[in-house]
Design a protein. Sequence first.
Lengths: 510, 389
Amino acid sequence: MANDLNPLRAEAHVERTPPPCAIVIFGVSGDLAKRKLVPALFNLARERRLPGGFSIVGYSRSPMSDEALRSLMYDAVIRFSNTSPPTTAEWDSFAAGMFYCQGEYDDIAGYARLAERLAAIDAERGTSGNRIFYLSTPPALVGPIIDTLGASGLAQSRPGSWTRIVIEKPLGYDLATARELNTRISRIFQEDQVYRIDHYRAKETVQNIVALRFANGIFEPVWNRRYIDHVQITAAETVGVEGRGGYYESAGAVRDMLQNHLLQLLALVGMEPPTSLDADAIRDEAVKVAKAIRPIPPDEVDAHAVRGQYTAGWVGGKMVPGYREEEGVSPNSTTETYAAIRFEIDNWRWAGVPFFLRSGKRLTKRAAEIAVQFRQVPMRLFTTTEADLHEPNLLVMKIQPDEGLTLRLAAKLPGHAIHLRSVNMEFRYGTSFGIRSSEAYERLLLDCMFGDATLFTRRDMVEIGWTLMMPILDHWAASGERNLHFYEAGTWGPEAANQLMGEGRAWRRL
Amino acid sequence: MGMGIVEDIERRRPVDIAAIERELTELWKLAAEEGTTTDAVMRVCLLNLLVFTTEATRLGEVSEVVAKVTESAPCRAIIMHADLSKATAETHAWIASHCHTDEQMRQVCCEEIRVTASGAAIRYLARTVAPLIVSDLPVFLWWQDLRMLHEKCFLDFLPEVDRVIVDSHGLTHQDPQTSQLARFVLESRHRAAFSDLNWTRLTRWRDLIAGLFDAPELTQYLRQLTRVTIFYAKDEEAPGIPFQALLIAGFLAAQLGWTLKDAYQINRHEAELRFRAHHRRVTLVLASQASQDVPQRHLTEVTLWAECPEMARFSVTCQLVNGTDWLYTSAVEISGGARYHTTIALPQLTEARLMLREIEIFGRSKPYERALRMALDIVTELELDAQLP
């Protein structure tokens, strides 16, 4: 709660408001701040979700006045906010809490000026010494900023106040660099001060996985190896690298999607019921199931993982270039733009149930979902004829673009004969609850202000993710082009990915 | 939400009450056949919304509110009209569907049943409507006639519903219905929870006023308040303090643990209340302001002063901009200390918006009941004062 001691809030049915605070955005002139962070903060202000006196301090190298920052952010809100443009009064009030501080990211004098500014804001705007440092900078600057926050004393929480730090992905390039980063962070900040963003976790449907599994008694009894045949987790994009070829060359599908987002989804689907909704209770269970994932031996990578790279093709009625023809991409690049991995979980609940993860660029359709495929009924009571097209039950949790749930059932076709068809029962967020879902960044920023780390990734989960992916990444790095499967843009990826599924299973057509 | 409403009024057709469910099924088939989209018509139902009115002229507005509500919360709506002008006992029903097409051109339809009763049939309206309620879903009853709260017609509904929604907006402290309503709600032993749209209109005010004191350094000022003024938009024709202003006064006093010591009416539109708060006195003034923008009887400003020893002033003001949005400004001014303000624009509180808020809530609201009890005490004290020579 904003303040449990405020008697005017007692037992009130009003939305929670976090305690007074200021957010410092490092790299405020960058794309993320303009596209996501400030529009999200403005939307929160407009929805009365921010505390009175809430303030934003932008920090970057470029010289800029407070007014110039306000003007820059006004344009950003107009362009990128998904709500109506601000009125003059609304903007003036929001912008009055926006300040700028210029300095180098490793310059302690700059941080001293920042500290002075924050102290003045505490006095003028009642932000109570509570601060969030949001690192919206290239990965190379994360370390220097953390070190300088430590050296300047800004990382320290004052008595009765709190200090938190938000870090964006990538959280390392591999296991070694992830550990190095975590160690560097832990020298300055306690783990409960650190909020590692995974914007996938904040999506409504992803949060709904926990509600679906643990607030509905009908699913838990069948949520195990006895009834579930396999699970498919897909994140498919139609876009290519969108001018970020340079970045993507050093990332690839595994680093960009599977190691973090898709593994998080797997953990939410596979975890045991937490003892409470406390952040650590949920994250403990997620880590537990992630630890139960059987590591893929280096000599078996090709049997468990497939990588692909798109070539030129048609997407959305347009000819698009192949990956190697994209700007900033090497003509001999072996970076995977598609990856599919088969994991097994070694525990009582999931033994023998494969979890298939796939993600790719320039695929047929933009879609992200988790599909839980149930086993066939133990006896085929209904004789199969050509007219029968029923398949095993399937529960699909759709994450994008159309958040919702689908349950596939078999039903009898009307008529004298017994012929079966599969029918879908659909629940769509958009049509069942007409209210706007919060944008992921709105939810995450608000949770950070509340000190609720449930949707943020803990250090151990990051390292487990890398531990699982390293044999695959190392094997591919050493293989050159040998196991790189090319697929035409606009298709569902390389044919080799189908072979991962094994007998009687297939990737879903989305 | 950007949804288009495609309400086919012509599809509203008279039906035999006993056959309503069958007729509704037919209506769904028709909707599917006539659907302009390739997707099937989706039938979604989150709740039952029952509406009772005695004014035939209100039916169109109510139907519009229901259509708006179903955009965000698909429901089965049962709109009941008690025709007090006819003595013969008759009941008639019509059914219609509200269809909304969203951005992806999917069609989501909800059902509306309209029932008109006259004569003795009004007394048994609850019996007529109960079988039409979709089972296992919450039932909300929006009761629009405060004069009928003690009649069988209303009382018979109470075992059937989860929440009764009324609107005290038209009432002032001088209306006999004000204290009758408050007593009815406070003394009710029915399972149904009560709520008042007039209280829901205050949600923004309560939230913004509470927000002024969220910072731990500022919370302490709540214990040092000495004076409060509550302004509302004047209604020249209706004397008396509007119930909305009394509810916010009741809210502040009840939440802050103040005891009412005295209340007197200064003139037709103003009153002064005196409270004891631990070791200090608090004066609360209810006063009207001429306002061309804000609708009559709505709050325009709440200001709270504290002395401890520095002067501190906390305020929330409201004004209408562009004829569409309401602009709320919260301000904190502490002499020698914090000084800032926050302005937000919020859409007007239409009945549809209020109903959407109402149907999110289940169970009784303790702050509402505490505020109502205090408002009732204030009304009683003002009545007593008026009787003094």
